[in-house]
Design a protein around this ligand. Structure first.
Ligand code: GCB
Length: 646
């Protein structure tokens, strides 16, 4: 029976009681270099608000079956081309009626297929949010959870010559044990948001490979290959023609082999983002990739790229397109971001708060932009739940499987602003071990929650206010500048400390409330003015002896709104905050980078001020229409000077 009431936490997130025909398969990496047939385009859809579309008497075998019964037979669902959505794309920005919709939508399309004897066919999804059941010609072949990582499976046995049908049940709701949960400061765009394709491969397929520079070296290339199929034991040849490399690799009975060889390479860096053509061939098959080689390490408070200390001139961004409404999903979307980064004189992007599509990561590789990638372990998730941890590890592996050959990706972030607890620490320790075991050629980080030292900031500002009208308190007028110490135990597990702080934004409001609660008569403008002017004396320290990246700071501004320098929501105030923040941050000896919040205004149902926000987070350097605010030029000038001084 279909009893949705038995899950009181989230009725729509009720697992079906049937299972796919086989377990999910590991990723087919570098999918666009393979023989593919796109399944992008128009898909039919059915909105299933109540989640009744799985098997039930009225629906016969359920919507996934996409059955065609005779005209006189009763069947209470049907796909028609009167209801269509574009894939890739979120449903929210395609249909007004679906703008706020969270829940289940069934997608369907037909496609033509001609089998090639001796080859295999896989269905591949770049990403779809959040949970998916994929049916090929009526058979459930994949179940996948997680909105931002790719998944694929071999469907050779389920396809037939001629017309075929694929149905995907997409449920955009997640539950309290999922990653992420439903409570995030971004729009939960639902749908098949990334490319879908059929991939044709040889019977024995080179599923994935890693070819990267060994840690702490400038000329040793290391890696592995994974063949999968009837002939796992084979001889592969790896060539890098431009570097005169030709290596023979013998796989074992599991199709696996590691390798290591010396090569004279020009290393990848933002100044010179050199990518080499790398070809892997076996028998008559081959796949090529464009790969950069670089070494990223830390030494004390320095981040060393190819042995030299670097400063990350960055910006954070959501996967919100600069050139059309909704989620970004294309090469054109990626190029629009890169061109904004170039105008900013940036060399770094924080892809927040979940894995972004492959186009942007590859575009960064080509353009010489360093990348921070993260998983949506966001705020408070179910840290005690072993299933949640298992899901985090799986999603992390899926991101690494896809991006491990991208030199640009230098930071794996474990999560964002997670409140301290023992359960959280244990969760992150286990996740960190998992990530390092799979990939030790990148640095680990996490965006820590920046409230450490806030009490001191409050006391300091309070004293200044008090001194103004009380002569006895004159001794408080020049107290020592505030030192904010990062003490989060997560600092132990990471190589680079990420830290989010909003001294110029949230803190003023919070301080005013606190002071009023203690009976002080203050106005918010007084506190804000003091925060802005005093902030430049503060400094952020830690005893971890690790590099510090301020992974967020910012202020909201509505494009076109002008005012005095203390007026919130104006472009003028936003510039003031950037100016003071950047001056302040220069006091912190471990500072090795910043990625202010955020490149573009992004949709956020959290933001209820219908005068200024209208469900947009307004902290963008550019508006929702991609128009630069005043702060854009300010940051661009700052980065230009910073680059010149390095
Ligand atoms: C944060 C969060 C980010 C929010 C941002 C804000 O600290 O990491 O997801 O969008 O602040 O604007 O409040």
């Amino acid at each position: 029976s279909h009893d949705v009431a038995d899950n009181d936490e989230n009725p729509l997130f009720k697992p079906n009681d049937f299972k796919p025909v086989k377990p999910n398969e590991p990723l087919l990496a570098n999918v666009r270099a393979r023989n593919t047939q796109t399944l992008n385009g128009e898909w039919n859809y059915i909105v299933d608000q109540l989640g009744v579309g799985d098997a039930s008497p009225l629906l016969r075998g359920g919507v996934g079956e996409n059955a065609s019964y005779g005209a006189s037979e009763l069947l209470e669902y049907k796909f028609t081309d009167a209801y269509q959505l574009q894939v890739p794309g979120d449903w929210n920005t395609q249909q007004d009626a679906l703008f706020w919709y969270r829940g289940i939508v069934w997608y369907q399309r037909d496609f033509n297929y001609q089998p090639v004897t001796g080859e295999r066919s896989h269905i591949y999804f770049g990403g779809a949010n959040f949970a998916k059941d994929v049916y090929v010609n009526g058979t459930l072949v994949i179940r996948h959870e997680g909105g931002f990582t790719p998944f694929n499976t071999d469907v050779t046995d389920y396809l037939k010559p001629g017309n075929n049908s694929v149905v995907v049940k997409v449920n955009s709701m997640s539950g309290p044990a999922q990653i992420p949960t439903e409570y995030n400061d971004w729009m939960n765009y639902g749908g098949i948001t990334r490319d879908v394709m059929l991939v044709q491969t040889p019977a024995t397929v080179l599923r994935n490979y890693k070819v990267q520079l060994k840690n702490d070296s400038d000329n040793i290339v290391e890696g592995w290959v994974q063949l999968d199929g009837q002939q796992p034991q084979q001889q592969l040849v790896l060539t890098i023609p431009e570097a005169g490399i030709q290596q023979t690799i013998e796989t074992d009975t599991n199709g696996y082999a590691t390798f290591s060889f010396a090569a004279d390479l020009s290393l990848w860096s933002p100044q010179s983002p050199k990518l080499y053509e790398v070809e892997l061939s076996y028998g008559s098959h081959s796949i090529s990739d464009q790969i950069g080689f670089r070494d990223i390490t830390t030494e004390g408070e320095d981040i060393l790229l190819n042995g030299e200390s670097i400063f990350l001139r960055g910006i954070s961004n959501h996967e919100e397109s600069l050139i059309h409404p909704g989620r970004a999903h294309s090469q054109a979307d990626a190029e629009a971001v890169i061109s904004r980064l170039k105008e900013l004189n940036a060399n770094f992007i924080r892809l927040a708060h979940y894995p972004h599509n492959e186009y942007i990561v590859r575009a960064a590789d080509k353009a010489g932009i360093l990348v921070w990638s993260e998983l949506p372990v966001y705020h408070n998730i179910d840290f005690k739940n072993p299933c949640t941890l298992a899901s985090a590890k799986r999603q992390y592996s899926e991101m690494i499987d896809r991006d491990q050959n991208r030199a640009a990706v230098v930071l794996w972030s474990l999560g964002n602003e997670t409140p301290e607890s023992d359960a959280r620490d244990a969760f992150f320790k286990s996740m960190a071990e998992h990530v390092i075991e799979q990939d030790d050629t990148r640095l680990l980080t996490a965006a820590l929650l920046g409230f450490g030292g806030m009490e001191d900031v409050g006391k300091y500002i309070g004293k200044l206010l008090y001194a103004e009208d009380n002569a006895v308190a004159g001794m408080f007028i020049n107290p020592d500048p505030v030192v904010i110490e990062i003490t989060d135990p997560l600092g132990e597990f990471v190589d680079v400390l990420g830290y989010n702080e909003y001294l110029g934004w949230y803190l003023s409001g919070m301080l005013v409330d606190g002071m009023r609660a203690q009976g002080m008569e203050v106005t918010e403008a007084q506190v804000r003015e003091l925060m802005l002017s005093e902030m430049i004396k503060f400094k952020i320290v830690s005893s971890f002896n690790k590099p510090l990246v301020i992974s967020e700071f910012g202020a909201g501004a509505k494009k076109g709104r002008r005012g005095g320098k203390l007026d919130v929501w104006t472009e003028d105030y936003q510039v003031q905050v950037y100016k003071q923040q950047l001056t302040m941050l220069a006091n912190s000896p471990a500072l090795r980078g910043v990625s202010p919040w955020v490149l573009k205004d992004f949709r956020a149902p959290y933001r209820l001020n219908t005068d200024t926000q209208e469900y947009w987070n307004r902290k963008g350097l550019v508006s929702e229409q991609n128009e630069p605010k005043l702060v854009f030029e300010f940051l661009s000038d700052y980065y230009q000077k910073k680059a010149a001084s390095m």
